[in-house]
Design a protein around this ligand. Structure first.
Ligand code: SF4
Ligand code: SF4
Length: 148
């Protein structure tokens, strides 16, 4: 099943940042969000290179805002993106209760554009991934390995 797709912002979708992410060259984060205040403990790399990682807050939110800004279309999910995007916001917590999107570590160019688009701060540079979500690096990579 083809999973690639590009969608626009959903009605009522929140934009956490108007500009692109910081990329790997800068380490500044949007200030004072709940997730933004978490301790940012460096998690040792265990696998192949991965630039950005989608972590737990995406689950049941999954609004696809990140997809539309990714220049290399490397963000995918278990359902076609346009199908996910059509689910009304008020139904997401139930219909997407266990669903999130993932970043392909083989294709991500580490531009950081997606990071600031996420309304729930679910996207992290792998070097800044909170320790409690360190396993999401493997979860993202495994999603694409199992699709191959
Ligand atoms: S950091 Fe990676 S996943 Fe995010 S927009 Fe850039 S290429 Fe896409
Ligand atoms: S990572 Fe953030 S922006 Fe992307 S689909 Fe999940 S909740 Fe939406």
């Amino acid at each position: 099943m083809a999973l690639r797709g590009t969608v626009g912002a959903l009605p009522g979708q929140h934009k956490a940042s108007a500009g692109p992410g910081k990329g790997r060259s800068g380490r500044g984060y949007a200030p004072c969000t709940k997730q933004g205040e978490r301790a940012r403990t460096t998690v040792p790399r265990k696998g192949p290179f991965m630039a950005y990682v989608i972590a737990e807050p995406c689950i049941a939110t999954c609004d696809t805002a990140c997809v539309s800004v990714c220049p290399v279309e490397c963000i995918h999910g278990p359902l076609p993106i346009d199908e996910i995007a059509r689910i009304p916001e008020e139904e997401r917590t139930t219909r997407l209760a266990r669903l999130q999107l993932y970043i392909d570590p083989e294709s991500c160019i580490s531009c950081g554009a997606c990071e600031g688009e996420c309304p729930v701060n679910a996207i992290f540079d792998e070097d800044e991934l909170p320790a409690e979500w360190g396993h999401y690096r493997e979860i993202n990579a495994r999603f694409f390995a199992e699709r191959a």
